[in-house]
Each structure stands twice: as C-alpha cells, then as structure tokens.
Design a protein around this ligand. Structure first.
Ligand SMILES: [Zn+2]
Length: 179
C-alpha cells in the first residue's frame, strides 16, 4: 500500500473510530487502526434510516459519491490501491449525518453471543458463515439472513427485548443464503 493511500486509510479509520463509544473503541484508539468488527453498526440521522454494518457503511458512503468528480487525477489510482472493504473516498467523508447505532450494536452482540462468537473480536467476514431465521415471523419473511440483515430485520419488525434470544432466532452455520 502506498504512502498516500495509507494516510487516507488512517484518516478514515480515525474518523470511524471517533464515532464509536469508548468501551468498543479503546483497543482501536490505542493504535488508530479500525478493525472490521461485525458488531459495529451506524445509522444516518434522517428519518427512516436503517442500521448498516461497517462494510455497508463504507460501501454506501462510496457509492453516494461515485459520480462526483474526485478532484485530482491521482485519486483514481489511490482508490484502486485501497483494499475492497475500504472503497470509500476518505477525502469526501463527513461524519455529521452519521451516528454509531447502540440499539443495533446491542442486537448484534446478543445474536453473536447466542452462536458463541466474541462480539469484541469477530469480524464481518467471520460472521458471514452464520445465517439466522426469525422465529417470530411467518411466511415470506422466513428466510435465512446474514447478521446485518437479521439486525435490520429486528429493528424494523420487532421491538421485543424481553424475549429470550433462543425464542427470537434459529441459526445455521456454513450454508448458502436462501433469501
Ligand atoms: Zn421477524
């Protein structure tokens, strides 16, 4: 990774880390390096915004700006040198309209603990193996969901924190998503 993209990645990491609560951010603040934890969720301040995980957050920020001129030509080379997860244009980032989403984070923590994963260390990629089915829904919503989709589903359709987690979800590991 060249020096310029390294500096921009660092700036991006610092911005995202600045959005996180201290208990989650402390290990990352120590070296200013963002880790793609599956438990991190963000939400825009606009009414009706839904929680997005870190990968979606970065991708969405990127796609939003994709047709805007990025200024100097060398920016295009830098974009291609930054690894996939971090495709966003760090120089266009603006945290003003985004917040860390503690509600979605708490849901993710509960679900990850349910399947025996450590929410303080497990990455988005590690959680891709797990699929969840909502036990509170019937019919067309009875599909297996990735963690981020399950969290969005919980926020959108359910507000039942007192329900034991084993009565909310069934789960499987290592199968193809069927919907
Ligand atoms: Zn449901």
């Amino acid at each position: 990774m060249n020096r310029v993209s390294e500096e921009w990645t660092k700036a991006r990491d610092e911005l995202v880390i600045s959005l996180l609560p201290d208990n989650i951010a402390a290990p990352m603040k120590a070296n200013s390096r963002l880790r793609p934890l599956a438990v991190l969720f963000f939400r825009g301040v606009a009414r009706g915004s839904h929680p997005v995980d870190l990968h979606q957050f970065c991708g969405w920020r990127s796609s939003r700006h994709v047709y805007k001129p990025v200024g100097e030509p060398e920016h295009f080379d830098i974009i291609s040198s930054i690894d996939d997860l971090w495709t966003s244009n760090p120089w266009l980032w603006d945290s003003d309209r985004y917040r860390f989403d503690p509600e979605a984070c708490a849901i993710a923590q509960e679900v990850m603990a349910f399947v025996g994963m450590d929410s303080m260390s497990s990455s988005i990629a590690e959680m891709e193996n797990f699929k969840f089915r909502c036990l509170r829904c019937r019919g067309s919503r009875q599909a297996f969901m990735r963690l981020s989709v399950a969290v969005q589903h919980e926020v959108k359709y359910h507000s039942t924190p007192s329900v034991p987690v084993e009565n909310k979800w069934s789960w499987v590991e290592g199968v193809e998503e069927d919907g």
